[in-house]
Design a protein around this ligand. Structure first.
Ligand code: NAD
Ligand code: MG
Length: 393
């Protein structure tokens, strides 16, 4: 079997580190071509020592300079690059077979698109890229002729539950049911949500993740982004996507067929499972995850999400019903609001207000392509920043 060459975008993050863990279990099948990060120089240096990539890209120029000095001091063979363009270059490089897109936020869209256009096997964790890029993103994948495999655990579960031939999905599938854990505040008194601190919001009961997605899980905006992601990945109409809270995170999502049969994918909550599946598809390989111990499970429970507690969830369907580009506005607002919250500059329960107000204020018109989308993203960020100010603590 030929060794596959892999670029890991966002290698110092939670998904990036889990990806490297899986790759390290299969040294004869994969080699690391490039690693990328924003500012985490120490961890990147350690990853360069362990995986000897050809390229290490720091999107931040100062961090790249610091990494270069340390790489030279140690005599490592890695070439250090910096900036957006370099991110795209290591994603589309002719010697690369597989790209793990694990940058957080819309910042990951350009390199993910570059990989898609170049026809790579694209493993997409970076859900914001598809929420912003939408139909254009899917078209780039089609034109590039590569494969797009979801890494988000819910979408990997749906993909594993669907028949192999995508052309058969519309005739067979009646509903996609995304499960959600409900996050750390599923049972917290809603009147105390204004007091939530960033560390409380990031303490997820079942998953260890980056800070942005942890806050998104606490507001359930993560699930809203995932509804939009599912709509694009599986070409399914928004009214046929349902969300159910399942606090144990054992069932990762389900597909209902026209005969009302439901197929689900189960497993321990460990992102190495969908990562290994994406890397090995259509085969299977060791992920390092523990197996499910059914006799130790206390029970699997389900409940409907409470719209009062999680008002952000409904914004997915609202944005999908709007003109093209509306989901990019929602994503930009949410990135600004979450960053402000994590910076102690916005109350937790005001994240939704910023998202809602930005959606009402920024109306997309005639989006012709990526440049228009990026301009819309910028406009939405400016508007959202304006809505953050009144609640600065
Ligand atoms: P993280 O914050 O742990 O890591 C993000 C990575 O992106 C880091 O390597 C960071 O250096 C890099 N990065 C951040 N900003 C950047 C920028 N502006 N330009 C270039 N690089 C940048 O995040 P994560 O939890 O690993 O999540 C990554 C993506 O995967 C997100 O889109 C998230 O929604 C998605 N995802 C994560 C999980 C999970 O379990 N962590 C599960 C499903 C989906
Ligand atoms: Mg998910």
């Amino acid at each position: 079997m030929d060794t596959l060459s892999v670029s890991v975008l966002g290698s110092t993050g939670s998904i990036g580190s889990n990806t490297l863990d899986v790759l390290s279990r299969h040294p004869n099948r994969f080699r690391v071509f490039a690693l990328t990060a924003s500012i985490q120089v120490d961890l990147m240096l350690a990853q360069c020592r362990a995986f000897a990539p050809r390229f290490a890209v720091m999107s931040n120029a100062q961090a790249a300079q610091a990494l270069l000095e340390r790489v030279n001091a140690e005599g490592l063979a890695v070439q250090v690059l910096s900036g957006q363009q370099a991110l795209c270059e290591v994603a589309e490089h002719p010697e690369v077979d597989v790209v793990m897109a694990a940058i957080v936020g819309a910042a990951g869209l350009p390199p993910s698109l570059a990989a898609a256009r170049a026809g790579k096997r694209l493993l997409l964790a970076n859900k914001e890229a598809i929420v912003v890029g939408g139909a254009w993103f899917m078209e780039a994948v089609r034109q590039g002729g590569g494969v797009l495999l979801p890494i988000d655990s819910e979408h990997s579960a749906v993909f594993q539950s669907l028949p192999e031939d995508p052309a058969s999905w519309p005739d067979r599938v009646s509903k996609i049911i995304l499960t959600a854990s409900g996050g750390p505040f599923r049972t917290r008194d809603p009147l105390t949500l204004s007091q939530v601190t960033p560390s409380e919001a990031c303490a997820h009961p079942n998953w260890r993740m980056g800070r942005k997605i942890s806050v998104d899980s606490a507001t359930m905006m993560n699930k809203a982004l995932e509804v939009i992601e599912a709509h694009h990945l599986f070409a399914i109409q928004p009214q046929h996507i349902e969300v159910v809270i399942h606090p144990q995170s054992v069932i990762h999502s389900m597909v209902e067929f026209h005969d009302r049969s439901v197929v689900a994918q189960l497993g321990t909550p460990d992102m190495r499972v969908p990562i290994a599946y994406g890397l090995s598809w259509p085969q299977r390989m060791d992920s390092g995850a523990k197996g499910l111990d059914f006799s130790a499970l206390s029970g699997l429970t389900f409940e409907a999400p409470d719209p009062q507690r999680f008002p952000g969830l409904g914004l997915a369907w609202q944005a999908l019903a709007g003109p093209l580009g509306t989901t990019a506005v929602l994503n930009a607002a949410n990135e600004v609001a979450v960053a402000a919250f994590l910076d102690h500059g916005l109350r937790f329960d005001r994240i939704h207000a910023v998202n809602e107000q930005t959606l009402a204020a920024v109306l997309p018109s005639a989006i012709g392509g990526l440049d228009d989308l990026m301009a819309l993203d910028e406009a939405a960020r400016r508007a959202a920043a304006g809505f953050v100010k009144p609640w600065l603590n």
